[in-house]
Design a protein around this ligand. Structure first.
Ligand SMILES: [Zn+2]
Length: 708
């Protein structure tokens, strides 16, 4: 029995083998195509029950099975798994592309939309059908046969290129190791980072320390290493990953890569952009940005560019002030007459230390995993009246010993949903933090006689790349998180709750499904705000060794430092967002300038810090080349406006506490519960009582006067 074909419960991760993948995919694709064949032949009037539901059921099986494969590929990547994933990805992509272009299905949706049944359907079901019609049009359903064939080719090539882009980046990240044997070169680097670097060396049977480009090694080294040369080496390696200047541009010997193609993403970038443009024009749009915005809250590229431009105008004076302070400090206190790219994090940390007199290392001692998780679970327990409990690992199957599973239950103990948590960085795991859905909430058809069992509880994957527990002799210390990592955890958990606390009964718009891209970060960024509240932190933060709560004084210093360099940070995000939007709006991939040159231009216009000429940021911009954020990177800031404004409702609570269950339940009801069943703008207005405003975001970033 192929575990990928068992849909009776949680995924059977321990049993899944690489050789299960191809048979499962082929069986599911065969079954689904047979079903679709029958539906196409059906001459009855299409209804929800004879048409939409059976298709949704079939596609759910495929997405659950393929979701497990994608998840494993992302968290426990091996050459064999990657090969099986890449071999099946085009088949899955092709299936969805065919579905999206199936004229007969399109006609059936149109027929259902025009039928009497439609008016009597729930809002959620109407939205599912409207979304289908929109997506059919965007998927090429109205194209001629010849254009459709071309459209399909483009989709397949784009999918393969995106996957290749990410593989290159992961390999390039892993290909570089900085081996240091002289302890004298390591001054300033925190003990836990050194310990981890020593463990990497030991695994290779080497002496000394090995630093990698993965975040828990790279970031603290850049922030703390006194050795400027060391920082420069690391910076050069990091900022040239997957480019013609990178160390990984050398052929790999041991990947089994047949043609030994160098791992350079540059040619992929131009080709990806060219294909996206061609695809857009087939669909009758001018550019890919328009295609992207067709499913988003924002309406036109010009509106987005204006939005970003306005924020850049507001942020630039603050960024200039930030940089001036940094330069001054570097010259006065650190005898650095020039401020190089590899000095920024280091000097910033020193300036922060001087000005706010605390270090992240000090803060970390108060954020052991053993306090942070119960604190976060307690917070959402108070906001929403839910209970979160760990599931005994021996009763379930996991993909790695680091992974855990938790249940969410309501106040009466009834299961609402479950989530996996995989917090630590390791080789073979994709970088960053992310949430993915494993199982989505739905009501089963035909179980009306037994409603209690008619709901399928949703399940989410929450993944981060934090430092894990470090052993001190016999003792293993719990993982310690920086405040930034705590924020990342809250962020991903916010995505998770959006998926898990939905009350929508239909797959297509339950949880995060069907939510506009630029609104999808609302629930996640919303959660981040609580990491800046004393009433939350005072309950949560406990010293790892003494159990003492965090001193108020330390928190006040953190808060004072909250908007440290907020101008520089906001400009950096805006720079990436503008680069992305221009790439997909008014840029010619094989024209006079390269993507790198376009980025240089954007930087000239909005940035106050210009990175060195060898910096190849586009080659690692996987959000837009290897992920789903093309012409959508602006959505982080867009959603930040929404989340800051939504959170300000908690701040306005007359009782003076932000942990307010009345507002919490309203947030659940109007934002989290409804998922994609209605437009995000409507949900926002239903919660906030008005349209979103930009002021709360600026105030939270220290860029506007406090409210009267
Ligand atoms: Zn997010």
């Amino acid at each position: 029995m192929n575990p990928l074909l068992d849909f009776s419960g949680l995924p059977r991760f321990a049993e899944i083998r690489t050789e299960h993948i191809t048979p499962a995919v082929s069986q599911l694709l065969g079954d689904n195509r047979a079903l679709i064949g029958r539906i196409r032949q059906d001459t009855d009037l299409p209804t929800w029950d004879n048409f939409v539901q059976p298709m949704a059921d079939a596609n759910e099986r495929l997405s659950r099975a393929w979701g497990q494969v994608s998840h494993l590929n992302a968290v426990v990547n091996t050459p064999e798994l990657r090969e099986a994933y890449n071999a099946n990805l085009p088949l899955v992509t092709q299936y969805y592309a065919e579905l999206a272009q199936d004229q007969a299905l399109f006609e059936k949706f149109k027929e259902l939309r025009g039928s009497r049944e439609f008016e009597g359907l729930s809002t959620a079901r109407k939205k599912v059908i409207e979304n289908e019609l929109r997506d059919f049009r965007l998927g090429g359903a109205e194209l001629s046969a010849e254009k459709k064939a071309r459209f399909l080719q483009i989709q397949e090539e784009l999918s393969a290129l995106g996957s290749r882009f990410n593989d290159n980046l992961l390999d390039a990240t892993n290909a570089f190791v900085l081996h240091v044997e002289d302890a004298g070169e390591l001054s300033g680097i925190p003990d836990d980072v050194l310990q981890a670097a020593r463990e990497v060396a030991e695994r290779d049977n080497a002496t000394g320390w090995k630093f990698t480009l993965r975040a828990p090694s790279y970031l603290p080294l850049m922030q703390y290493a006194d050795n400027r040369e060391l920082r420069e080496k690391m910076y050069r390696a990091y900022s040239t990953r997957a480019s013609e200047l990178g160390t990984a541009a050398l052929p790999l010997e041991d990947t089994g890569n047949l043609d030994n193609t160098p791992l350079i993403n540059t040619p992929l970038i131009a080709r990806i952009l060219e294909l996206r443009k061609e695809e857009s024009q087939l669909l009758g749009f001018e550019c890919y940005a328009e295609v992207s915005l067709a499913t988003k809250m924002a309406s036109t590229p010009a509106q987005v560019l204006d939005f970003l431009g306005e924020l850049a105008d507001k942020a630039k004076p603050y960024a200039e002030r930030d940089l001036k302070e940094l330069r001054q400090f570097a010259a006065d206190k650190l005898q650095l007459d020039t401020l190089e790219a590899w000095d920024l994090a280091y000097v910033s940390e020193k300036l922060r230390l001087e000005r706010y007199a605390f270090s992240e290392q000090e803060v970390k001692q108060y954020f052991p995993e053993t306090s942070v998780l119960p604190g976060m679970f307690g917070l959402v327990g108070n906001l929403y009246g839910i209970n979160i409990t760990p599931v005994e690992a021996t009763t379930i199957q996991l993909w790695h010993p680091d992974a855990k599973l938790f249940n969410i239950a309501d106040s009466e103990g009834k299961l609402i949903g479950r989530f996996y948590l995989d917090l630590y960085a390791r080789p073979g795991k994709r970088g960053g933090g992310w949430m993915d859905d494993a199982i989505s909430r739905r009501r089963y058809v035909g179980s009306a006689d037994n409603r209690e069992y008619a709901i399928q509880a949703p399940v989410a994957y929450l993944n981060c790349n934090f430092s894990g527990p470090v052993s001190h002799g016999e003792k293993v210390r719990p993982a310690l998180f920086t405040h930034d990592e705590v924020i990342t955890l809250f962020h991903e958990f916010g995505h998770g709750l959006h998926h898990l606390l939905t009350r929508v009964d239909d797959l297509g718009v339950s949880g995060i499904h069907g939510v506009e891209w630029d609104a999808v970060e609302l629930p996640s960024q919303f959660m981040e705000n609580f990491c800046w509240e004393w009433e939350v932190i005072s309950r949560m933060a406990r010293h790892v060794d003494t159990g003492a709560s965090m001193p108020r004084e330390l928190f006040d210093k953190m808060l004072a430092g909250k908007n440290f360099q907020s101008g520089l940070q906001m400009l950096r995000q805006l720079e990436f967002a503008l680069f992305d939007m221009h790439l997909h709006f008014d840029f010619d991939p094989y024209g006079q300038k390269t993507a790198q040159q376009l980025l240089d231009e954007v930087r000239e216009q909005v940035a106050v810090i210009i990175p060195p000429g060898f910096n190849r940021f586009p080659n690692s911009f996987s959000h837009i080349f290897g992920g789903g954020y093309a012409a959508g990177y602006y959505s982080y800031k867009w959603a930040e406006v929404l989340s800051a404004d939504a959170y300000s409702m908690f701040e306005e609570n007359p009782a003076g506490t932000v942990v307010n269950s009345e507002t919490g339940l309203r947030f659940w009801k109007e934002i989290l519960a409804v998922g994609g069943s209605r437009p995000a703008l409507e949900s926002f207005i239903a919660f906030r009582g008005r349209e979103p405003e930009i002021n709360a975001l600026l105030r939270h970033n220290g860029m506007a006067p406090a409210p009267a």
